[in-house]
Each structure stands twice: as structure tokens, then as C-alpha cells.
Write a protein that binds this ligand. Sequence first.
Ligand SMILES: [Cu+2]
Length: 307
Amino acid sequence: MNSQNVFDTAGPDGERLATLAWLLFGGGLVLFVAVLGFLLIALFGAARARRTLGNPRFIVAGGILMPVVVLTALLLHTLGLARALGLPLPGDTPPLRIEVIGHQFWWEVRYPEARITTANEIRIPTGRDVVLEVTASDVIHSLWIPALHGKIDMIPGLVNRRTIRADRPGAMRGQCTEFCGTQHAMMAFMVVAETPEAHQAWLDRQRLPAATPPEHETGRAVFAAAGCGGCHAVRGTEWDARIGPDLTTLGGRMTIGAGILPMNAGTIAGWIAGAQDLKPGNRMPSYANALDGPELRALSAWLESLK
Ligand SMILES: [Cu+2]
């Protein structure tokens, strides 16, 4: 899967919205073909057919009545659809709460019950309601996972809630859908839906503090010396800043830099050296001049090992 596609759905609300998208697409196609047909008649048709097209009654029917009927029907249909979206599953299983906070230009993701914070990737269990509680720290953003739901605005000082559900495991892409600054287009994220057992195992792993085996001591020392901890948190260490993404399990994410590159030691090094080249105007400085090759390699190898 791994796609950002309204038609490639992974849950009930995604399916409802895909049906609406097909309806709009199909209806639009029918009207488009009809208008082209009228155009051909108007240009090349017989005189009688052309006269019919010019008849005021035809204009009133096709130009006023028809749009009123079609648009009213669509309005009623979408009002009904909107009521059906985000309905919780019947039953007693409490939903999983996940807080997502939009920042220029990345996503902070918190699991309040498990007391963990991560970034740029949302992991959800399949077959269970997930309540997304979204807000923003700076400007208005909007969270959209096309396979699962319609967009949810992220507004500073306000929490918007929406129940979503994935029916099958898989990875899908999401995107910020409210222009939020120069790097708005580079503000994507991944959503990983996995079985409840796999999800619980993931949550349990996330709770562990970051480990630094002896071969990665150098990388950790470079992190300390470069001052990365002034903006980032790594659980189980002295670093606890919240200006940038939590890096405790960075290597376990699918992408780096809010969905812009695949995750590996090479892209981590590239990001640290050239954050301002890859995403000009984001809040992290480039370190190409501050760190030499061996330092950069040790640092990114340590960060990649955090899973
Ligand atoms: Cu944004």
C-alpha cells in the first residue's frame, strides 16, 4: 500500500469518502460528456437540432433546473454522509487516544495512556477505535490520512477530536492540508496500522529508555557536544527538550524529516548536515560546517540504532 490515495482505503470512513469521490467523478464525467455533445451539436448539428438548443425552455431546464436538482441532491447526500463519519464502534472497548500536535513543519505524536511521545509517524491498532485529538503549536495545520478519513483542522488553542478506524494492517501516507508556511508541502507523515498484538508490543518497546551500547558511545558524545539536546528529547538521557521531534526511537520510523526521505543512517547524516538544504526555513540548523565526517557517521549510526 504505502500510498496517499483516497481510492485505496483502509477503513470504513475511507470507504465512504471513496464512494463519494467516485460519485463526484462519475457524475462530473457524465455532465462533461453531455456538455461536449451539446457543443458538437451547436457547432455542426442540423439546423433543427441547433434551434432546439437555443430554445429558452432548454436553457432554463439545462442551465437552472438541472444544477439546482443535482446540487441539492449532492448536498443532502453529503449531509447524511457527514453524520455517518467518525461514529464509534458499538461495544465496551475504550478507544485509544492519540494526541497529534502540528508544528512548522513536523508532527508531534503522544500516547497519553502509555505516556510516550514520538513524531512524524502514527501507529494504530486495527479493528479498534482511535480518537485523534489534534491541535497546533504555532499556526493552523490540518491532518489528513486519505485512506482513513477527511481532513481535521489543527488550530492553536483548540482541540479537535475525530474517531478513526483501520480495518486492515498496512502503511499509508498522510499530509498537512492547510498551508502553514514555506515547507508545508514537506510536512507529511506515515500511518502504520498493525494488529492489536503487534501494536501493544510496539507500545511496550517505546516505553523503554533509549539504550547506548558501547560501540555507539562516540555518537552519543557527539550529540552532547553539538548541543542537539537543546531542542530534542531522548528518553532515558538528560535531554528532554521539545522544540524538535523526540528522537528516542528515531530509527524505528519509516521516514525522516516528516516524510521527506526513507529512514537509514545515510539519510540521517544527510539531514543533520543539510537540514536547511533539504527543507529550507525549518527550525533546525544545518551542521555541515560544525561536524566532520567521522563525527557525523558516529552520530547518525547511534540515532539509527534507536528503535
Ligand atoms: Cu502544516
